[in-house]
Ligand binder design. Structure first.
Ligand code: PRT
Ligand code: ZN
Length: 221
């Protein structure tokens, strides 16, 4: 990959990838994917696309392996809260897709009367940073229990009394005997960039891409 090409990181496969590919397509960019499927090359502008797991995108952008990236605000904010970086990446603009909420949920049979009910309880989550910060703001001392996946089963396994998980339709919580009781963080896909200035060549490409993204997003509203 040439130094002069703008590098953008997007999710390889998952809930962000279709929206990310679609956005770039609507910007008039065709991505030809390499044999290893790890990166793609854009013909229309000097842009290379790196296909990554979403969790790796904030660090790739912060550490200059990529110039910009598309990631969920939930993952970006959690990364900012959890990891001290010399120069964390910066948010450029929200992109209006992959909307979801990080929500606190409790077993359906709880009569939920307020967050103070969580005092001293264990809350299973993949987002201990966002959950901990929210609990602190609420003045509640509860204990986030880190789980990488299947958070919704934690109460049944008696690992935690409540959960704090990403909710879209609410069907997963419902199927697991839980109900959402409070919104901790609202999220959508967002464009992030590395903090350090780009070279003049990259800056020109970045501005051209940003203009196209703005055009696509405005026309969707
Ligand atoms: O493999 P990789 O690490 O790249 O992907 P991933 O499995 O970690 O993430 P992925 O693809 O599931 O989600 C990527 C991003 O999409 C998240 O970080 C959010 O910003 C956003 N997003 C939008 C969601 C959802 N909607 C969503 N519904 N992320 C996860 N979910 C899960 C949630 O964790 C729960 O298990 O879907 C379930 C709940 O869905 P409902 O519809 O039943 O409420
Ligand atoms: Zn992930």
């Amino acid at each position: 990959m040439s130094e002069e090409r703008l590098r953008i990181a997007i999710q390889k496969s998952g809930r962000l990838s279709e929206g990310s590919f679609e956005l770039l397509k609507q910007c008039g960019l065709k991505i030809s994917r390499g044999k290893d499927k790890l990166y793609g090359r854009v013909q229309e502008l000097p842009i290379d696309v790196l296909l990554l797991r979403d969790d790796d995108i904030p660090s790739f952008v912060a550490d200059d392996a990529c110039d910009i990236g598309i990631v969920g605000q939930n993952v970006f904010e959690e990364d900012c809260l959890q990891i001290t970086r010399e120069q964390p990446a910066e948010e450029v603009m929200p992109l209006g897709f992959a909307r979801c909420k990080l929500m606190l949920a409790a077993p359906k049979d709880w009569t939920f009367e307020g967050v103070e009910m969580l005092e001293g309880r264990r809350i299973a989550t993949s987002y201990p940073g966002l959950t901990g910060a929210w609990l602190k703001k609420q003045n509640v001392k509860a204990r986030p229990v880190m789980m990488k996946g299947s958070v919704e089963v934690a109460p049944r396994l008696k690992i935690a009394e409540a959960v704090c998980d990403i909710v879209s339709t609410g069907a997963t919580l419902d199927a697991n005997g839980m109900k959402p009781v409070a919104t901790v963080f609202e999220s959508e896909a967002t464009l992030i960039r590395r903090k350090a200035p780009f070279s003049p060549e990259k800056q020109t490409v970045f501005e051209a891409l940003l203009k196209r993204i703005n055009g696509v997003i405005t026309s969707r509203d």
